[in-house]
Design a protein. Structure first.
Length: 80
């Protein structure tokens, strides 16, 4: 997944969110280390918070709940 890519996720599937990128990134790292799965830090718009998603779970939910999905821009992917 490139960093310029848009994704559509259900906001109810988020793990964490924060207006501060560093806090959102730390939450993403902690979750990634705990579950050992790829995690995405995304953003909807400039005045909205950064949101953290478990990538696989969010993608699976995306196909089930398209009517509730919102568009987000990928800011960071944590998978190592």
């Amino acid at each position: 997944m490139s960093m310029n890519e848009d994704v559509f996720f259900n906001p109810g599937q988020s793990i964490a969110s924060d207006y501060d990128y560093n806090k959102a990134y730390i939450a993403a790292q902690v979750y990634h280390q705990k579950v050992e799965k790829p995690v995405l830090v995304v953003k909807e718009e400039n005045d909205k918070p950064y949101i953290v998603f478990d990538e696989k779970a969010a993608i699976e939910e995306e196909y089930k709940e398209k009517q509730h999905a919102k568009s987000y821009k990928i800011i960071e992917r944590i998978d190592d």
